[in-house]
Design a protein around this ligand. Structure first.
Ligand code: C2E
Ligand code: MG
Ligand code: MG
Ligand code: MG
Length: 289
């Protein structure tokens, strides 16, 4: 009977593996047509400068609205796009769209765009960026490219050259998801980063004085400071967390407490309300006593 059950469990395992692989294949096929059939959208999440108390910019994030499955998470489709090579065209589309749209906002509003390590395998990345800048007329220092340490795991001459060219073009580079993965400090020297983005996992409990993440975030802020870089804390969900991060000395905060990723129209309305001063009260975190 045990043997039978074991076989049953294996069959179940096999079946679910098959389903996962099939889902993946079908998602990959659908993703190929998604761009042409208007299923993709770039949304924008606000990033606040908590030291100067003003809107610093937005991070562009890709969304896929599947006609049958509904919203598919980037955590699910980005890896598929990377393995299938589709990420190059999707990434270029996000970059062009974000530069074009953010180019309509005031000069001091920056735009951050994620780059996959896979986009660095291609020698054409820096010319793609150059062309996106040229056609949107956005000034390079308003554009921030977010990369993860994944870029350095298979570092080649192409990677090094591309990072150098991007720096020379005048775009900013941010090290995303810092603190996850290997987080070798040596990565901080591999490119001219202007920013460290502290991963969301380090923000939990940041508002309690004896929270275990407090010394870690303090140390990362001090590290960034001494390297002449700024920090963005990702994933602050409460006003108390924003307050604590400001006191620790983080430069910027991004998280649901300030705003979820939103459409271009909503982001533009937020920019306008911040400019006129009316949005301030809504977004300013409640002072904690
Ligand atoms: P990321 O670059 O670290 O982006 C931040 C993620 O954290 C976003 O998830 C954002 O919605 C989420 N987030 C921000 N604040 C909060 C918060 O307060 N609470 C919680 N629970 N989550 C928060 P999203 O949009 O689902 O994207 C997930 C990841 O997918 C991104 O992480 C990035 O690695 C990747 N991704 C998204 N769009 C693109 C893209 O255009 N290109 C590439 N290469 N990767 C992308
Ligand atoms: Mg990012
Ligand atoms: Mg991140
Ligand atoms: Mg991430």
């Amino acid at each position: 009977a045990a043997k039978q059950a074991g076989r049953g469990a294996y069959r179940f395992y096999e079946a679910s593996m098959r389903t996962a692989a099939e889902t993946r294949r079908s998602l990959e096929m659908d993703l190929r047509g998604a761009l042409a059939s208007d299923q993709l959208q770039v949304v924008y999440q606000p990033i606040f400068d908590v030291q100067q108390d003003r809107l610093a910019g937005f991070e562009a994030l890709l969304r896929w609205s599947h006609p049958v499955r509904g919203m598919v998470s980037p955590e699910q489709f980005i890896p598929i796009a990377e393995e299938s090579g589709l990420i190059s065209s999707l990434g270029e589309w996000v970059l062009r769209t974000a530069c074009m749209e953010a180019g309509q906002w005031p000069e001091h509003i920056r735009i951050a765009v994620n780059l996959s390590p896979v986009q660095f395998y291609n020698t054409g990345l820096s010319s793609t960026v150059m062309s996106a800048l040229a056609s949107s007329q956005i000034t390079p220092d308003r554009v921030e490219l977010e990369i993860t340490e994944g870029v350095f795991l298979q570092e080649t001459n192409t990677t090094r050259l591309t990072l150098q060219q991007l720096h020379e073009m005048g775009v900013r580079l941010a090290l995303d998801d810092f603190g996850t993965g290997y987080s070798s400090l040596g990565y901080l020297r591999k490119a001219s980063f202007s920013k460290i983005k502290i991963d969301r996992s380090f923000i939990r409990g940041i508002d309690s004085p004896d929270g275990e993440n407090v010394p870690i975030v303090r140390a990362v802020v001090a590290l960034a400071d001494s390297l002449g870089m700024i920090t963005t804390a990702e994933g602050a969900e409460t006003p108390e967390e924003i307050h604590a991060l400001r006191n620790i000395g983080c430069t910027q905060v991004q998280g649901f407490a300030y705003g979820k990723p939103m459409s271009y129209e909503a982001a533009s309305a937020l920019v306008a309300s911040m400019e006129s001063g009316t949005g301030h009260a809504i977004l300013k975190p409640r002072e904690t006593r």
